[in-house]
Design a protein around this ligand. Structure first.
Ligand code: PMT
Length: 401
């Protein structure tokens, strides 16, 4: 379950004529479970694929489809649904509906509602890949974007027509992040942020490396939260098994030296930088070309220090740039945090307590002591995503107005 981003939000889901309509039934069910207030509008073609009863049962509301006729409860539905909506999600969006919306046509309840609304509109195209790649569809998508609608790229894969290509409805996990972004306070809109996450691996030979227990979960949660709040996010990630968060540009690195190069070369473009990565402090003095024999390892384990990336960032910090560090400590959290805050010229440091099994490395939850130049705040024991949002709340207060 995500944070209470969806609860009580009025979402209009527009279902049009595509075989992928059945998948959107699952989306409506999930949004209803998240306690969103979902109203479904179906086009005539949409109702050829899935019955309105399915969506009515899942959303707990009557489905809208007609503009005219004696059966209509609300003759002003096209105005009222659009006026009250926090978000309109058109999914699946057929080529026909894309063309109508791009040209401002209003010949059915869905298109009329979109035209009469000032809510954010998310469009998820789904169609045969040749229809999707046709220049007319491409032009329509360009026009929809220029009108301020968000068009979520379809996925690539095997489609119902047995052809392989781009045109499959995007996955709900991805679309859900865009829905969350549309419904969240976008207090980082237009801000470039860079986050480093995960461990680094320092090779000794082709088989062995030095590393640490970081899973990347904390840094990835910060990236996900920043995307939802409207930021453009660059994530510099050490090796992890985590999928790239939706909407985030990920640069993958292995060693501390690679992380140093990636972070330093992107630093000037970003007004907020968070270093949640656990960078190895030392690396083997030599990366051997061939596997070191077992009985020779001891004599080959000479170490040399890695460059301190955060220290370098602190030295080159531009006026107004916000620099946030992390620290993983098992004792004297406050003193160690304050020392690093000062030494590395940071604005905030988030100190993890790694003396317990339930916080810090690898696990889903965390408990962080946040220290800035004017004080400190003990954050509660909570999920890493919630921790990330609490850290962002603190950072946002420091953004120069
Ligand atoms: O990834 P998870 O499994 O979710 O775990 C999260 C975490 C515990 C790894 C993370 O939240 C965390 O605490 N990261 C920092 C851990 C750490 O390396 O602390 P440190 O005290 O060694 O370093 C202090 C700061 O300097 C960190 O921001 C670190 O990124 C940075 N640093 C350190 C060494 C170095 N050579 N270059 C750096 O930039």
């Amino acid at each position: 379950m995500m944070q209470a981003v969806f609860a009580g939000k009025k979402i209009v889901v527009g279902v049009t004529g595509s075989i992928a309509a059945f998948k959107v039934a699952g989306w409506v069910s999930d949004l209803a479970k998240e306690e969103a207030d979902v109203s479904v509008i179906m086009t005539q073609s949409g109702m050829e694929f899935v019955t309105p009863l399915t969506f009515a049962a899942l959303s707990g509301r009557k489905v809208h489809s007609e503009m005219f006729g004696t059966e209509i409860d609300d003759p002003m539905a096209h105005i009222n649904l659009g006026r009250e909506a926090d978000l309109i999600l058109v999914a699946p969006a057929s080529a026909n509906t894309l063309a109508k919306l791009a040209n401002g046509l209003a010949d059915n309840l869905l298109c009329t509602t979109v035209l009469a609304s000032r809510a954010q509109v998310l469009i998820c195209p789904a169609m045969n890949s040749r229809m999707y790649s046709h220049p007319a569809t491409k032009e329509n998508i360009k026009r929809l974007k220029s009108l301020g609608y968000t068009v979520i790229n379809p996925a690539i894969g095997l489609m119902a027509c047995k052809e392989e290509g781009e045109g499959r409805l995007a996955e709900w996990d991805d679309v859900k992040e865009y829905v969350a972004r549309a419904l969240s306070v976008n207090d980082l809109r237009g801000t470039n942020v860079m986050i480093s996450a995960g461990p680094t691996r320092e090779p000794l030979d082709p088989a062995r490396y030095l590393s640490n227990r970081s899973s990347g979960k904390m840094g990835y949660a910060l990236a996900r939260a920043a995307f939802r709040r409207g930021a453009h996010v660059t994530l510099v990630s050490g090796p992890t098994t985590l999928p790239c968060p939706v909407g985030v540009d990920r640069l993958q690195v292995q060693t501390a030296d690679e992380m140093y190069n990636a972070v330093i070369s992107h630093a000037a473009k970003n007004s907020i930088i968070i270093k949640a990565a656990a960078v190895a402090d030392y690396k083997p003095a030599k990366n051997h070309e061939h596997k070191v024999k077992k009985d020779q390892i001891k004599s080959h384990l000479e170490l040399e220090p890695n460059k301190d990336i955060l220290l370098a960032l602190g030295k080159m910090k531009k006026p107004g740039q916000i620099l946030v560090g992390f620290a993983a400590e098992s004792q004297n959290l406050r003193d160690e945090g304050v020392k690093k805050l000062k030494k590395k010229n940071l604005d905030i440091i988030a100190v993890n307590d790694i003396s317990t099994k339930n916080t810090g490395f690898e696990v889903e939850n965390n408990q962080v002591l946040l220290i800035n130049k004017s004080g400190e705040e003990q954050l509660p024991f909570t999920s890493k995503l919630h921790t990330a949002n609490l850290i962002w709340n603190d950072i946002v207060r420091l953004i120069p107005t």
